[in-house]
Ligand binder design. Structure first.
Ligand SMILES: *[C@@H]1O[C@H](CO)[C@@H](O)[C@H](O)[C@H]1NC(C)=O
Ligand SMILES: *[C@@H]1O[C@H](CO)[C@@H](O)[C@H](O)[C@H]1NC(C)=O
Ligand SMILES: *[C@@H]1O[C@H](CO)[C@@H](O)[C@H](O)[C@H]1NC(C)=O
Length: 243
């Protein structure tokens, strides 16, 4: 009886959603983070710290780390001996075609964004529910053709050079993050944490969970995607312009 009545409840809830023109969207459970040499650490770790909290409350959520090989991938900060301070440990290579719902791409040097990495993203994108870039990670989206004709943002510090990698992109100079369809792009480094908060709130539909992750990290989240003092600080107020 109980299972029949909960089935009927779910059925009527689905009908109500369809009637309201909404389709129930699955929560993206299979996350991937793309790692390449000298990725910007916080671009990846900031969102990952948020997602680790989300994972705790979300059964069956997985986070894969994808790289060209299974060798640990060095991040961009170096110690006194010129050795990378941190490495990310891949779980899969780009050749394994692991099934993902959402891919998160950190920023890093353009020299690391090679053809293998770009082709991986180009081929994977049509199979994804969402794709996210942080900072200059938008260059990979641009080169993979994912954001041609779409609105996107990227680092303000390196605006001119980064936006040149996507001449067909509608680059938005003043924005903490930008969404266009299933593509979410953030400004530099720490902006990826604000994007992740907004993503959890909107796509997981759970603001309590997004706030809980932020409160555990003790971060004062910017919830307005148009908040962006850095476009003025870096004199980036028009598309393609910079100091
Ligand atoms: C998690 O995965 C298991 C095994 O596939 C499945 O039985 C279970 O229903 C899933 N739980 C949720 C909440 O999706
Ligand atoms: C939202 O997240 C909280 C954890 O902060 C959890 O207790 C609650 O069940 C979640 N709500 C939904 C609708 O998933
Ligand atoms: C931006 O422009 C202002 C005014 O011309 C100048 O004072 C400032 O140094 C510039 N900022 C940068 C980062 O170049």
């Amino acid at each position: 009886m109980r299972s029949i009545s909960s089935f009927l409840f779910l059925l009527s809830a689905s009908i109500a959603m369809v009637a309201a023109g909404e389709r129930p969207k699955p929560i993206p459970l299979r996350w991937g983070v793309l790692a390449f040499p000298q990725y910007q650490g916080l671009d990846a770790y900031g969102p990952l710290e948020m997602l680790n909290v989300v994972k705790y409350y979300t059964p069956n959520m997985t986070i894969a780390v994808i790289a060209e090989t299974l060798d640990p991938v060095p991040a961009t900060t170096f110690n006194d001996l010129d050795q990378p301070v941190t490495y990310m440990k891949p779980t899969h290579t780009i050749d394994e075609n692991v099934n993902l719902d959402v891919l998160l791409i950190p920023g890093g040097p353009r020299t690391s964004m090679n053809t293998n990495i770009i082709n991986y993203v180009k081929n994977l994108y049509p199979k994804l529910q969402y794709i996210i870039s942080v900072c200059s990670g938008a260059t990979i989206l641009a080169k993979a053709g994912v954001i041609d004709g779409k609105c996107a943002t990227t680092t303000k510090f390196d605006w001119a050079e980064t936006t040149q990698t996507g001449p067909g992109v509608n680059w938005v100079p003043c924005a903490r993050w930008v969404t266009d369809g299933n593509v979410w792009t953030s400004s530099g480094v720490a902006a990826g944490i604000d994007l992740t908060h907004a993503f959890i709130k909107e796509i997981f539909g759970n603001e309590t969970l997004a706030d809980r992750a932020a409160n555990i990290l003790e971060i004062d989240i910017h919830k307005d995607s148009s908040w962006d003092p850095f476009c003025e600080i870096w004199n980036v107020t028009a598309v393609g312009t910079a100091v």
